[in-house]
Design a protein around this ligand. Structure first.
Ligand SMILES: [Zn+2]
Length: 201
């Protein structure tokens, strides 16, 4: 079982977002009745109707074995095969619902979804951040300022200063957008400055 949780794998990916990952959802497998023991199935991901990746799954009584090949960007292909333990909890209205126990070393969090990188692991282990959380505030502010500029038909790039009120736009609307724009610009500049400040050290 070498490889699993040999940390580097997991943490190299910390700049990625959930969007970059292929995920497996144990609830979906339950719904599709794929979790009955001693079955084999392929799980595919497709884009534009074409299969772009797949893993083989073998089910046991309380585990699924995931088998696949993967390659990190530019690296060589690597074969993986390891079990992910299943856990079951009672539902309020009868029946049971399944969970994956995250297979990363020392984790074993009970989760519904595992994300693939080198290995499938929970969001916490991949240190995944959703795009809006990952984006620094000041970048978001810069983007918002640009959006407003677009709406005002101002020259792109907030360092270009303010433009005129577009024909047909109410003065009140214009003033509101202008104030919003300037607020975002101030925030964005402050963010950039403090980042540059850090970089100077
Ligand atoms: Zn985990």
């Amino acid at each position: 079982m070498g490889g699993i949780g040999s940390g580097r794998y997991l943490f190299n990916n910390s700049n990625d977002t959930t969007f970059d990952y292929r995920s497996i959802d144990v609830r979906r497998w339950k719904k599709d009745e794929l979790l009955r023991p001693n079955q084999d199935f392929n799980w595919n991901w497709s884009r534009d109707g074409k299969s772009v990746a797949s893993i083989q799954v073998h089910t046991q009584v309380n585990a699924v074995i995931l088998t696949y090949r993967h390659r990190s960007s530019g690296g060589s292909w690597k074969n993986e095969s390891y079990p992910v333990t299943l856990d079951w909890t009672d539902c309020n209205f009868g029946g049971q619902r399944p969970w994956f126990l995250c297979p990363a070393k020392g984790c074993r969090r009970r989760v519904a979804i595992l994300y693939g990188g080198g290995i499938f692991a929970c969001r916490h282990c991949h240190r995944l951040a959703y795009p809006s959380q990952r984006e620094p505030d000041y970048e978001r502010s810069g983007r918002r300022a640009d959006k407003i500029r677009e709406r005002l038909d101002w020259e792109p790039g907030f360092l270009n200063g303010e433009g005129l009120r577009p024909k047909g736009m109410q003065k009140r609307t214009f003033e509101r957008l202008r104030a919003e724009h300037n607020e975002h610009v101030t925030k964005s500049l402050a963010g950039v400055k403090s980042r540059l400040g850090i970089l100077e050290f």
